[in-house]
Design a protein around this ligand. Sequence first.
Ligand code: GLY
Ligand code: MN
Ligand code: MN
Length: 510
Amino acid sequence: MADSAIPASAPATAPEATPKPRATENRSTTPVSTRFRDYIASGWAEREETLPEAREQAAYAAERRARISGLFPGKRLVVPAGGLKQRSNDTDFPFRAHSAFAHLTGWGADSEPGSVLVFEPTADGHEATLYFRERAGRDSDEFYANPEIGEFWIGPRPSLAQVAADLALPARGIADADAVIAAADADTLVVREADRAVTDRIDAARAAAGAGADSSDGGATEGDAELARALSELRLVKDAYEIQELRRAVDATARGFEDVLRDMPRILAHERGERQVEGVFNGRARADGNAVGYDTIAASGPHACILHWTRNDGAVADGDLILIDAGVEVESYYTADITRTLPTGGRFSDVQRDVYEAVREAADAAFAIVRPGIRFREVHAAAMAVIARRVAEWGMLPVSAEEALQPENQHHRRYMVHGTSHHLGLDVHDCAQARRDLYIDGVLEAGMVFTIEPGLYFQPDDLTVPERFRGIGVRIEDDVLVTPDGAENLSIGIPRTADDVESWIARLRS
Ligand code: GLY
Ligand code: MN
Ligand code: MN
């Protein structure tokens, strides 16, 4: 487990975070002689400190903070960004801040590992402060001798004043967070999974203050769980900035799909064509956004029947369908989540088309009922009514579609074991810690964004499936915004009917 950038000057009551063996001794050739250290510390120009205007999302983040503040009067709230996660020795996975931290600060792909946002209770609310490790001056050896954070190694890092102006949020050095963490008591709540080291130190401080845990999960408290729920639920309805960013993510994802289609001749010729698909899409994600929002699924032929096929090491055969489930995450961390199932040769066979259009009909039926006031679970039910009817018509069910749809039966789910929808935003599976009453049993509100993604997966060895269908897997996944009087399909610009998909492929290949 990675530790955080919280410095080693932790309070005496805190357990030491497990040190991360980084094994750099064999590689480091940085001189340590006094002459070298004196020489490299001198002769640098003054840095010009230009303070940016507050970024666009700063006002939105302030509004979100105000709402969370109102829910937890008198509580100190600790929302860490999380630290670097070690991959091996002195290499780490790409850093991504915890989504709650990003939501409340407006800091996305440029955020600093190890940062912590703290809401300190005041007489009439909270004062929020962002603690982070600002860049070191040239009088420290950090800039040249620290491969994890030194500017010679990872590039320019911001000052406290720059970040404070950029995010319109008071900023202090990370060392100052020590005292706040050490002061944790029964009225301190922490987002537990964001940064294990911070959580451990808060648990220790709370225990020392006689504020023991009230659950069996280490030092977890019911207050921590309430905070996690509230932060998840705060994201159920998106604000205007979030919707704009989701549109940008969808647009970039559309470009990624087009890149793949244009490259299909090369993909078909390669023995690991699925990897080529992944590479082309992920190239677009890095070019136009921050990264992919989740591992790209490039599933050709029978691999499409494997719901989360991310191994992507198969060939892409001419005449097969390829299921591509992929999303670009933009710099603000908002991600699209889109699936298209495409005929690699440009035309659907009759049976491929039958399955494809059944799934499309299910998706359309689900979309048709979306409006404020219905329940989230009704979207799934609308899709399932179509799926059950179609598989019954094809003779796959031992009962009628109506009987299969009864809660105690559900035979049709053999061919689509996953749900139809999930909320989408900073996380691909957004708002996951929201209460059931507000999510799966919740009522839709304008501003919610979720997927509609029915599918049919006919496993190659499924004897209940007529032979002509076996090995065909289809999913169609769109990202949907609930509007005041209905819904908007944000990904409607990516062709989705069988005819439109064929025309699209023909156009891109000509
Ligand atoms: N890409 C994962 C999902 O569709 O939920
Ligand atoms: Mn999805
Ligand atoms: Mn998906």
